[in-house]
Design a protein around this ligand. Structure first.
Ligand code: ADP
Length: 280
């Protein structure tokens, strides 16, 4: 890549499962990178940032401002500042889809629902962070039990007639035993996967309804890549859930939001200190 023109800011999202870096150039996504989170979030953040700079063909000096976000945001030692995941996901979703009012973020360890007003201010939010059920980690856990990859869940969901198996447990450990029983009873894999997606959607829809459903609803986070979960959520909410254009990875929305906030903070500071081109 040949470098970038415009005001470049960066967002680094250190999540429970994956670490992401995004470069925002004026009003669009310039580049992004993603890798697994590790037990050394400081080093992972730096590696992720170096990768995105390399992919974009630019040097760190060309980036006006860097913000961290996510579970490990305090470990992004080279960042100018950091923001909460709620602010980052809200801002990122709005920058990419200006009509978004309800943002559902399903990541590895928690599920967040963010309600925004027309000006992009956060009105309310709900989180499911005490229990694995209804999160990406739950889907990974059950996928492993079934001997499949999370990447294949959407295909399996769509690969049979629609007959979701009913899973009664509220706890992911008990759901695992239910799933093993269903496998032994030779229930089709498609039905089991549909049932598992339904159980995630029931929890997430309850969270959305508690806050009050305001359209447009958009889904972010790694689980947004699972069309089976999106399908079940639409059934449970009775509306269409908006998705981003194919060029935008929904897992990158937190990092993108942090980069957009970095831009806004940078411009605000530069306004107060005309001509000053240093970081905030
Ligand atoms: P965090 O920010 O907490 O690290 P992410 O937003 O990166 O979480 O989401 C991680 C989750 O996304 C994984 O647990 C997995 O369930 C899901 N996931 C990631 N990639 C895919 C994919 N290609 N298809 C379906 N699900 C995916």
């Amino acid at each position: 890549m040949e470098g970038m023109k415009g005001l470049i800011t960066a967002g680094i999202d250190i999540g429970s499962t994956t670490s992401k870096a995004a470069l925002w150039v004026d009003d669009h996504l310039g580049a992004c990178s993603i890798g697994p989170s590790t037990t050394n979030p400081r080093a992972t953040a730096r590696e992720c940032y170096e990768k995105v700079l390399q992919d974009a063909g630019i040097k760190a000096e060309e980036v006006a401002c860097v913000f961290g976000t996510g579970y490990g945001r305090a470990k992004v030692s080279f960042a100018d500042d950091n923001v909460s995941e709620l602010s980052a996901h809200g801002k990122g979703a709005r920058a990419l889809l200006p009509s978004a009012c309800t943002i559902i973020d399903i990541g590895g360890q928690d599920t967040k629902v963010i309600l925004m007003d027309a000006n992009g201010e956060i009105l309310d939010f709900g989180m499911n962070d005490k229990c694995a059920a209804g999160t990406g980690r739950f889907l990974e856990f059950i996928a492993r039990t079934l001997g499949v990859s999370v990447k294949d869940l959407a295909k399996l969901h769509a690969g049979g007639s629609y007959q979701p198996a009913s899973l009664s447990s509220m706890c992911s450990v008990f759901i695992e035993s239910e799933v093993i029983n269903l496998v032994n009873e030779e229930v089709p894999l498609a039905s089991i996967v549909q049932g598992m997606h339904q159980s995630v959607a029931i929890r997430v829809a309850a969270l959305v309804k508690r806050l009050g459903l305001v359209e447009d609803v958009v889904i972010t986070g790694g689980v947004a890549k699972n069309a089976g979960v999106v399908d079940e959520l639409e059934r449970k909410l009775g509306i269409r859930v908006k998705t981003f254009p194919d060029s935008i990875d929904p897992q990158m929305v937190g990092a993108i939001g942090a980069a957009v906030i970095a831009r806004q903070k940078y411009l605000k500071r530069s306004d107060r200190q005309p001509g000053k081109q240093i970081k905030v």
